[in-house]
Design a binder for this molecule. Structure first.
Ligand SMILES: CC(C)(COP(=O)(O)OP(=O)(O)OC[C@H]1O[C@@H](n2cnc3c(N)ncnc32)[C@H](O)[C@@H]1OP(=O)(O)O)[C@@H](O)C(=O)NCCC(=O)NCCS
Length: 168
């Protein structure tokens, strides 16, 4: 029977991740960037995939982040269009925050395009607050980046991590 699960991203999964990237982002990561990220020190990468014994895993969402000292830095999060608005990003985030916390991180930082309303809304819902702006950070559109930060609150992330996508 088909079911989904969260798992570390490996080199064999990169083609599927790139396919989702190309569909979601104005400036998608290249295969080289993705592969580089898999091997960087402090880098953690997870995907959500449907698994079926008779077929290869089908990835529908992914997250790339790094832990640097006591900080978690979000580099990328994406959910394939067909699977958006079902709680997968929230779930991936909360699982990742849990892992980062166990590794000693107490704060999460990220940058987001000022026009990316769905992502800003997601981060707001997860408890991030605006701490700054990087003017014209994205050269292809001259757009500003908003810098958001969240203090890791273990009680919050532990209880929320138990809510599975589709159940909230
Ligand atoms: C941003 C993104 C990761 C959200 O993924 P998702 O799985 O749909 O998010 P969730 O289902 O967990 O939604 C959680 C909250 O995010 C916000 N949100 C998600 N999609 C939204 C949309 N299309 N419009 C407005 N808010 C949205 C809502 O606040 C939502 O809470 P709600 O369901 O109670 O309204 C997804 O839209 C995506 O992949 N976008 C393209 C890639 C991207 O911009 N990544 C972030 C920058 S690195």
């Amino acid at each position: 029977m088909e079911s989904w699960r969260i798992m570390p991203i490996t080199e064999e999964d990169i083609d599927q991740i790139i396919e989702i990237e190309n569909d979601l982002f104005q400036k998608p990561w290249s295969r080289t960037s993705c592969l580089h990220e898999l091997t960087c020190e402090g880098s953690y990468n997870f995907g959500i995939a449907f698994t079926d014994p008779d077929r290869p895993s089908q990835f529908i969402a992914y997250i790339f982040f790094r832990i640097i000292m006591d900080e978690m830095h979000l580099f990328r999060i994406g959910v394939a269009q067909k699977w958006q608005k079902k709680g997968f990003a929230t779930y991936l985030f909360q699982q990742s925050i849990q892992i980062a916390s166990e590794k000693g991180a107490d704060t999460v930082y990220l940058e987001v395009r000022a026009s990316n309303t769905p992502a800003i809304s997601l981060y707001h819902k997860l408890g991030f607050r605006l701490i700054g702006k990087r003017p014209r950070y994205y050269p292809e559109t001259n757009e500003d980046a908003l810098v958001l930060m969240k203090q890791i609150d273990l009680t919050f992330s532990q209880s929320s991590a138990q809510i599975m996508p589709g159940q909230s």
